[in-house]
Design a protein around this ligand. Sequence first.
Ligand code: ZN
Length: 342
Amino acid sequence: MKTIFHSDQYGHHVRTRLSGGSLVPALEIPDRARALLAAAEECTEAVLAPGAADLALIRRVHDADYLDFLATGFSRWSKRFPGNEELRPSLHPNAYMRRRPQDLLGQAGYYIADAASVLLADSWAAILASAATALDATRLVLDGDGAAYGLCRPPGHHAYRDQACGYCFLNNAALAASKARDSVDRVTIIDVDVHHGNGTQSLFYERDDVQTISIHADPATVYPFYAGYADEIGAGRGEGFNLNLPVPEGADDAVYRDAVGHAVSKARDFAPDVLVIALGLDQSQADPFACTAVTTEGFRRMGESLAGLRRPTVIIQEGGYPSPVLGANLAAFLTGFQESMA
Ligand code: ZN
């Protein structure tokens, strides 16, 4: 298995996050990628840089006006607020007022769902590099590699068609699935990040050609709160093709083994031509967000289980935050996956 990674992803470096009303040091930081890259260098056969992002494909997944906002929003912001280093919205549309405004302050809240998703001077280059990473990993798999690992940062699975959310701007797993669909008939996305893949669910909610399965901490008590429940099963043609498997807070390796086993069995019924794994590592017992308790050994078994589908597989990095075992958990997952595929 090869790794795809682009160093432009380091340029997106947000310094703070809001937690319980206070600004505290950020967790979705470049050091995450450094730890993951060191692990990938150890346990995959090569690390390659992607080519330029395929903007035509990205425009099929995300709306043109949203992409324009991501590309130009920060420079507009810095002209209006000289010296400010962050575009971070302070107000948002809601169920009672949803017009798309012309004003930049209004647009910032319209296109960005929360205070976690911050744009900086170098963010757009990093976002495009992350998307290009996902697309090149997919190309490798479509060209015949059994699997590839896209070390994507910023992550993607919370991003909607026209809205950034939860540190995510472009939905890398959805881009990978869309690229794969240009060559094959059926794709399954299995998202194992501890947070529900709400953006991915939304993008494919009415489709029967891309099955979406997410295993995540119960949104009754864990972000993203507003989506991710078991009764969200898809709509229209997509009914029955979205599966949410919430696990309780504190879920351990045994709970995850059962949930991943169930996901694999549902994916096997669907019989995808390509599997996309949205690989969060924040289910770790050592993750700073620590809401579940997966061990490094648990990640190895998760990799083995998902390899059991025996499908060409694109592995896309999602969350997973700095801890002493972040790299070890990635290495365990990728090693378990590769040994089981061999
Ligand atoms: Zn997460």
